[in-house]
Design a protein around this ligand. Structure first.
Ligand code: 5GP
Length: 174
């Protein structure tokens, strides 16, 4: 069986949108630059580009989360594999997420962070699949709304492959 990736969102479209998001975030947080929390592993590419599109001295931290197994269906279990390196009490936290699918991961993270007394918690997601929502979460900064397809690339994997593609695509097997 062979696999090919069909482009859904091109590198150029992503670049343009990431810069727009960066400008919006820079404006909003002008007085108090946020801590960007990059949710690993899927957000590492988006967070790296977004951070450079923000014109403010942000701090960057990483959180390891796992909500999927090797397949494409959620296990329903959200597990923290690596915690933040520093406290977030009193900070403005901006969670940077690759994709909000069922919403369970983000809902869990927001609940967890609120127990740590940050000044604010907001969410920036590159992609959102509203058709799959199990819980309602507010995405404060959103790149693209997409249909219910399993996507790869720009940090997103399929069984750990394709994270390094510079665009978002759909896997087709024949
Ligand atoms: P949620 O908890 O919102 O269902 O899922 C969030 C996580 O599931 C994402 O951070 C991502 O790691 C994974 N995920 C959800 N949809 C997709 C998809 O279409 N492609 C890939 N590669 N991962 C996805």
């Amino acid at each position: 069986m062979s696999e090919r990736i069909v482009t859904m969102i091109s590198k150029e479209e992503i670049d343009k949108r990431v810069h727009e998001l960066g400008a919006e975030i820079s404006d909003h947080y002008r007085a108090n630059p946020p801590v960007l929390v990059c949710v690993l592993k899927g957000s590492f590419v988006f967070a790296a580009d977004l951070a450079r599109a923000i014109d403010a001295p942000v701090r960057i931290d990483f959180l390891g989360m796992r909500s999927y197994g090797e397949g494409t269906e959620s296990s329903g279990v959200v597990q923290i594999t690596q915690d933040l390196s520093r406290p977030i009490a009193g900070e403005d936290v901006l969670i940077v997420e690759d994709i909000v699918d069922t919403g369970l991961t983000i809902a869990h993270l927001i609940d967890l962070f609120r127990t740590r007394a940050p000044r604010s918690v907001k969410v920036c997601a590159l992609l959102h699949k509203p058709a799959r929502a199990k819980v309602q979460v507010k995405v404060d900064y959103l790149g693209f709304t997409i249909e219910d397809r399993f996507v790869v690339g720009y940090g997103l994997d399929w069984a750990e492959k394709y994270r390094n593609l510079p665009y978002i695509g759909v896997v087709e097997r024949s």
